[in-house]
Design a protein around this ligand. Structure first.
Ligand code: RIB
Ligand code: CA
Length: 306
C-alpha cells in the first residue's frame, strides 16, 4: 500500500472482512513517501485495534527511477490532509521482503495472496531477490493498469498509463513477466461512475457514528468537497478477494511499456482476438472487465459495520 486515501479505505475493508486473514502490510513509495505510507498503514491498523497485523516499511524508491507523488490528490499526509494523530504502534523491525517471505513460508496452506494497492516495487524486489517465493504465492491481485477493455480504461497519470504502473514500470514489468497468476483491477472498472462514492454516499457516512466512519469521512472530506465523488480503486482490489461474484474478469495477454516516450508505464493488452493464443504478445493476465454497482453498497456496508 502506498499510503493514499483509497489505500486506507482498502485496508479498513480488508481488516473488517472475516473472509480474509491479513498477515501483514508492506508500505511502498507511491502516493506519498514510504515513511508516510508506513505511518498511514499503522494509523489504520491502530484504528481497528489490529496490532496482530505487522506493518513493514518497504522500498523507498522505484527500482530505477525517481519517485512521483500524488499528494495534490491525496494530501501531503496521504490521508486528505486530515492530519490525524500519529500512531502509537511502530512498524516491524524486519525488512519488508523478509517479513513477506517469512509469512509466505509459514503459511500452512502454502498459498497466500498478495494484494497490491500501489506501485509493484516491493513485489518485484521480492520475486527478484527470493525467486523461491513465486511458488508460495497463490496469486497477485493488483489495483493497477488501464487495459482499454472498457471506455474508462485509459490512463490517469498520463493519457495511457495508470499511476501505479507508471510510478514503477520496471517493477510492473518484472511482476507481469513472473510466473505468478495475476488478477488486475484497472481504471477500466474503477473509473466507472456507477461504482464511485457520491456526495450522498459521503453524507451518509459522515452522519454515521463510530470512529471508523469518523476516520473515513475525515480523510474523504477535502476530495468530496473538491470533486463531489471518489474512485474506490484500492478497495475494489480487496473486494475481488472477499466477494469475487461482484466482478467479471477476462483473460488477456498483456505487457508493460518501460521505454516509450508517450506510453511509459502503459499496460498493453493484446486485443487481437482473431489471432491464435501463441501469436499474442505479453503474458496471460486476468483483467477485470466489470464490477456490478452492488460493489459500492457492499463496501459501504462493510465500512460502516459495527
Ligand atoms: O491510479 C490509482 C492508484 O494510484 C490507487 O492505488 C491510488 O491509491 C494510487 O496509488
Ligand atoms: Ca494506492
Amino acid at each position: 500500500m502506498d499510503g493514499g486515501i483509497d489505500d486506507a479505505l482498502a485496508l479498513i475493508l480488508a481488516l473488517k472482512s472475516p473472509e480474509l486473514e491479513v498477515a501483514g502490510i508492506t508500505a511502498v513509495s507511491g502516493n506519498v513517501p514510504v515513511e508516510q505510507a508506513t505511518i498511514n498503514g499503522l494509523k489504520v491498523v491502530e484504528l481497528l485495534d489490529r496490532s496482530d497485523v505487522w506493518v513493514a516499511r518497504g522500498l523507498g524508491n522505484p527500482l530505477f527511477r525517481d519517485p512521483i507523488r500524488a499528494t495534490a490528490f491525496h494530501g501531503s499526509d496521504g490521508l486528505g490532509d486530515s492530519n490525524l494523530p500519529l500512531p502509537k504502534l511502530s512498524p516491524t523491525k524486519k525488512l519488508a521482503l523478509n517479513a513477506i517471505l517469512e509469512t509466505l513460508a509459514s503459511s500452512k496452506r502454502q498459498s497466500t495472496t498478495i494484494i497490491c494497492t500501489g506501485p509493484l516495487t516491493n513485489v518485484a524486489a521480492l520475486l527478484t531477490e527470493f525467486p523461491e517465493a513465486r511458488e508460495m504465492i497463490e496469486e497477485i491481485v493488483m489495483m493497477g493498469g488501464a487495459y482499454f477493455v472498457t471506455k474508462y480504461g485509459f490512463g490517469n497519470e498520463t493519457p495511457v498509463a495508470e499511476f501505479n504502473t507508471y510510478s514503477d514500470p520496471e517493477a510492473a514489468k518484472i511482476v507481469f513477466e513472473a510466473d505468478v497468476p495475476i488478477r488486475a483491477v484497472g481504471l477500466d472498472v474503477t473509473m466507472n461512475p456507477r461504482v464511485q462514492l457520491t456526495k450522498s454516499d459521503y453524507d451518509q457516512l459522515r452522519n454515521r457514528k463510530g470512529r471508523v466512519c469518523a476516520f473515513a469521512s475525515s480523510i474523504l472530506k477535502n476530495n468530496m468537497r473538491r470533486y463531489g465523488r471518489f474512485a474506490l480503486h484500492d478497495p475494489m482490489a480487496v473486494a475481488v478477494k472477499i466477494k469475487p461474484s461482484l466482478f467479471q474478469f477476462s483473460n488477456f495477454h498483456a505487457q508493460v511499456e518501460t521505454k516509450g516516450e508517450y506510453t511509459l508505464g502503459m499496460t498493453v493488452a493484446d486485443r487481437r482476438d482473431w489471432l491464435p493464443d501463441d501469436r499474442l504478445v505479453g503474458r496471460s493476465v486476468m483483467v477485470c472487465t466489470s464490477a456490478v454497482p452492488k460493489f459500492k453498497q457492499f463496501f459501504l456496508t462493510r465500512l460502516t459495520a459495527a
